[in-house]
Ligand binder design. Structure first.
Ligand code: KIV
Length: 517
């Protein structure tokens, strides 16, 4: 069913990309004033034409999505070729600049899936004239690079991404190679990839976060000379802190020969939960390509999440990051998140930023009151901006912390009951008592409360007392006292086949008797 839903998604919004307007560095205010105007706003702007090693507007940052490669490396997240194609189509709708579609040398299936994506998605130009680059990963060897090229070369903009580790621990224990050997392999393999006719080559020094700086500058300088167009700096084990990672990017920018001729990229793993922060620190320091995955899936604790990075740039890029903007049409985020969760089986935690089920839900009374008065009080992003339509406009979820105001509006908005004064008080206190016992109060719970409190039947009889005698001898006997509407007490005894039967017979006697009066 899910695949049917995603096979032919019906975007409610046109595909026109929504961009934040770029601002020059000089427009950053010296002091930042925090106001409710933080709710992200969209304005149209043109995405710079694609040139592998250059971006004509320094405020534009490329989004490189690796959901289909690093994301698929999450334990248990394998997708079929058809599912990968669906995700790639959705990534194109989102407007990502580069889709890393897989690791073609890893299996025949992956090679075919990348080829299929390159042929279709890599040649479908949207109404803004945008077509994503399709990229394939390759280790620094000819077999991998050949496979990657065979898979991506069908795209309008094909890219080969090749990598080799540069940290001491990887050189010594994994590769068992000297630094000199690694430099030679990196330089030769980038040259080899170029020789195949690919003019868009990304190079990654794996485990850059733990690599010796001088060695990094050397390797990077050599691969630039060999023809690399993007240098991706991976924090492969997610060990760096934001200031540290930002400094790493700044140092590479300042010390690598020829760096002005290439794009610097980030690739931050999330082992310490810092991948988004590190990615943003990298962008702040000059990276103009950010590698991310939908829902932040990826090896171990995952990668920087597309939705967090993109929305952070959208919300704060203008004021705090020199006017940075992306080409992402954020209204397709929710659909992308759902599709990836569905296909990989990796469900999103409810409190996940941007795409979690609770990201736009407000439960405490104070927050609900604020939301009803002005949505900007507790929401920095409007849900529509990420393609979320919620069941009620205020996003109010009722629970034990909710206030009278929220209960009243929910009753009116969802159930159409307009309560005030004592009626509202009674429902509210019953609601509080129930909500203490339950996690969430559903609309149905609320409806039941209202019909209990407000639409109570007229009391004709109420139970005064009940006494039953029963045992193995049979002859169960019940004595019942009922109080009539006028307050008069009526007592009757009856014998039945069991205590319940006896009690009902006694009630019958009273009711029939009084009807006769
Ligand atoms: O985490 C990593 O280092 C990688 C590289 C291949 C970019 O995934």
């Amino acid at each position: 069913m899910a695949s049917l839903l995603f096979l032919n998604p019906n975007p409610l919004i046109s595909h026109r990309s929504l961009f934040l307007k770029p601002y020059s560095l000089s427009s950053i205010p010296k002091t930042i004033t925090t106001t409710f105007s933080f709710r992200a706003k969209c304005s149209l702007s043109r995405r710079p034409d694609y040139i592998p090693n250059r971006i004509s507007d320094d405020s534009f940052v490329r989004i490189f999505d690796t959901t289909l490669r690093d994301g698929e490396q999450s334990p248990g997240a394998t997708m079929t070729s058809k599912e990968k194609l669906d995700v790639a189509r959705q990534l194109a709708r989102l407007g990502v600049d580069i889709i890393e579609a897989g690791f073609p040398a890893s299996s025949r299936d992956d090679l075919e899936a990348v080829k299929m994506i390159a042929r279709e998605v890599g040649n479908t130009i949207d109404e803004d004239g945008h077509v994503p680059v399709v990229c394939g990963l390759a280790r620094c060897n000819k077999t991998d690079i050949d496979a990657a090229w065979e898979a991506v070369r069908h795209a309008k903009f094909p890219r080969i991404h090749t990598f080799i580790a540069t940290s001491e621990i990887h050189l010594q224990y994994k590769l068992r190679k000297t630094r000199e050997e690694v430099v030679t392999i990196a330089r030769d393999m980038v040259g080899y990839a170029r020789s195949l006719g690919c003019n868009d080559i990304e190079f990654s020094p794996e485990d850059a976060g733990r690599s010796d700086r001088e060695f990094l500058y050397l390797v990077l300088g050599e691969v630039i000379k060999a023809g690399a167009t993007t240098l991706n700096i991976p924090d492969t084990v997610g060990i760096t802190m934001p200031t540290e990672f930002g400094q790493l990017i700044a140092d590479i920018k300042a010390n690598t020969p020829g760096i002005e001729n290439v794009i610097i990229s980030t690739h931050c793993q999330n082992d310490l939960g810092l991948s988004t922060a590190n990615t943003l620190a990298g962008a702040y320091a000059g990276a103009r390509q950010l590698e991310v995955t939908v829902n932040g899936i990826g090896e171990r604790a995952g990668n920087a999440s597309l939705e967090e990075v993109v929305m952070a740039i959208k919300c704060r890029g203008k004021e705090l990051m020199g006017g940075l903007y992306t080409g992402i049409n954020t209204r397709h985020i929710v659909m992308a998140s759902k599709m990836v969760a569905e296909y990989t089986g990796l469900q999103v935690q409810p409190h996940k930023a941007i795409v979690g089920a609770n990201a736009f839900a407000h439960e405490s009374g104070i927050h609900q009151d604020g939301m009803l008065k002005h949505k900007g009080t507790y929401e920095i992003i409007s849900p529509e901006d990420i393609g979320l339509t919620r069941s009620n406009d205020s996003g109010i979820v009722l629970g034990k912390l909710s206030g009278r105001h929220a209960v009243r509006s929910k009753l009116l908005e969802v159930l159409g009951f307009e309560l005030d004064g004592k009626e509202l008080d009674d429902v509210f206190w019953r609601f509080k008592a129930e909500a203490e016992k339950k996690k969430h109060m559903t609309d149905a719970d609320l409806e039941a409360l209202v019909s209990d409190e407000v639409f109570q039947p007229q009391v004709v009889w109420s139970l005064g007392d009940l006494q039953v005698t029963c045992g193995t001898l049979g002859l169960s006997t019940a004595t019942v006292k009922l109080i009539g509407a006028d307050g008069a007490e009526h007592v009757e005894c009856a014998v039945g086949t069991g205590p319940v039967h006896a009690a009902y017979k006694a009630i019958d006697c009273i009711v029939q008797e009084s009807q006769l009066v």
